[in-house]
Ligand binder design. Sequence first.
Ligand code: ATP
Length: 237
Amino acid sequence: MQDIAIETRHLNKIYGTIHAVKDFTFKATKGEIIALLGPNGAGKSTLMNMITGFLSPTSGQILIYGQNIEQNSEQTKVQIGFLPEGAPIYPDMTVKMFLNYMADLRGASKDSIKKAIDMANIGEVLTQKVETLSKGYVRRLGFAQSILNNPPILLLDEPTDGLDPNQKEHMRNLIFSMREDKTILISTHLLDEAEAICSRIIIINRGQIMADGSCDEIFKITKTKSLDAAFKKLTCE
Ligand code: ATP
């Protein structure tokens, strides 16, 4: 397998008059947990939706392990686990039915369903309908489905959004523990979360990369001493 798990080349997404993602070029390798940090509307979800193949770019290329996703969409999709923003679909299904269904689609085993249930800590809501779950449990179910077939790439859009403090810590530890054999891209608004678990931070504003590096590298580039100050400098000026 190639070292470079995700590569985007001059990626653009234009919605009418909104240039949501602009000339976005980056590479991500195994072992990295990368935070996509940006203000509301910066283009984080649009970028993730394009990398997972849910949304077509206006122009540019996306390569997963060196394979262009346009030419190999089925092959590349199975390599990516995705926790999208918002609720999983199929509100009428019970949690168990939903996971069985998603596992069938991905060719994941019964064992992997059990593992995902344990990791996401959702054993107590298996018989509950998705539409009746609290926000935190919906997020945890979304996470469980993203890891079903143990994909080498994880894209997690605001993974700790709506979680209580204990579950937030559990999720952060879980993501951190998976770093060695995966490439993980998370979007978050939580600067402490990015600082605590991510090896690299990409600050994005109006669809463009404003800074890309470790926390220390970003402090150096921005001549700041905290991520909060760096973020403000790069996204407010
Ligand atoms: P947030 O932090 O608020 O979730 P984000 O960084 O994920 O924001 P996106 O949701 O990717 O940002 O949106 C980027 C820009 O694209 C915004 O200006 C948004 O209004 C616009 N946009 C997103 N989806 C669409 C769409 N389907 N049609 C038109 N504009 C869209």
